[in-house]
Design a protein. Structure first.
Length: 311
């Protein structure tokens, strides 16, 4: 199941971005053949990016999120569009570590110490770039810090992925709560209590989905919203604004990969043609392989030389 919604409380003290992303995370697991730990790390990142993508104004607006640490997972790179499409990869899809003392997957240990970089391409001359040092590598905590430090936005981010015994994705989801300018101390206190007592988001998703057989995706995510915020006072009751779709989608194409080949430069392209007579490029996001024959490479070489002014 993939479904998201945007909501706001009755007093307009805070806005909510909520997503069930189980199918999207499972699609990514199948593409990259990830270990349970890699599925959790990549799945949280994909879900977090999808939620942040809901905040973009245009379907063509793009957000890129990079976790780069010194842990064995290496880099996690995720791209989300305002349309709801998300793609991503983890450098080491086979990463494994012992479980933490509480029995949970050690995502923070897999990522290690490093940086979180968020790039927003909003169709302006220059993209917005924000970067912070990682707080824990647990993804949700790092995004909470990012919103506060880089965007001066008080937010709380919860992300989770549950794994079946056969390593498939049992449940995945995420929640972002962002305070609005009119928020008073009462709403802050109420939310702090709610967040402190809230079970893991993945557990809530799994339970709600199991008890919503036959219901529409909208009805299921409505149930999740009600479950999360049921203890808030009536004055902070959450009201739905908009349903949105989120999904795994890689927009790679032969034309895009041609531009990558051309960008290598005519000198290196000539060397490839002379030594190998062909080339193969693989999309890091989806694993699709693109073959370039000698004739194709020679055509791209001409374009590269024209751009360099050598023809």
């Amino acid at each position: 199941m993939n479904k998201a919604l945007i909501a706001i409380d009755r007093s307009q003290s805070f806005r909510v971005y909520l997503a069930i992303s189980t199918t999207m995370v499972e699609d990514a697991r199948k593409v990259h053949q990830t270990s349970p730990l890699a599925t959790a790390a990549l799945g949280r990142s994909l879900t977090g990016a999808a939620l942040m993508g809901l905040q973009l104004k245009s379907d063509k607006d793009k957000l890129t999120m990079q976790f780069k640490g010194d842990g064995p997972a290496g880099e996690i790179l995720v791209t989300a569009y305002g349309s709801g499409s998300v793609k991503g990869y983890i450098s080491n899809p086979d990463v494994e570590l012992p479980l933490k003392a509480d029995g949970k997957l050690d995502v923070g240990g897999a990522i290690g110490t490093g940086t979180l970089t968020v790039i927003k391409d909003l169709g302006l001359k220059e993209p917005y770039v924000g970067r912070i040092d990682l707080v824990s590598g647990e993804i949700g905590e790092d995004l909470t810090a990012y919103f506060f430090l880089s965007e001066q936005q008080s937010s709380s981010v919860a992300l989770g992925v549950r794994i079946n015994t056969d390593y498939t994705t049992a449940a995945a989801g995420g929640l972002i709560i962002q305070m609005l300018p009119e928020a008073g101390p009462e709403s802050v206190d109420a939310l702090e209590k709610l967040i402190g007592e809230m079970p893991p988001i993945s557990s809530l998703v799994e339970d709600v989905v199991k008890n919503s057989a036959g219901k529409s995706e909208e009805a299921v995510i409505d149930s999740l919203l009600a479950r999360i915020f049921q203890t808030l006072p009536d004055e902070f009751a959450v009201e739905r604004l908009e349903y949105r779709d989120v999904h795994w989608y890689c927009d790679c194409s032969l034309e895009r990969l041609e531009q990558v080949v051309i960008s290598i430069g005519s000198s290196d392209l000539k060397e490839i043609i002379e030594e190998d007579g062909k080339a193969e490029l693989t999309c890091q996001f989806c694993g699709t392989k693109y073959q370039f024959s000698k004739k194709h490479l020679e055509k791209l070489l001409k374009e590269s030389m024209q751009r360099e002014g050598n023809v």
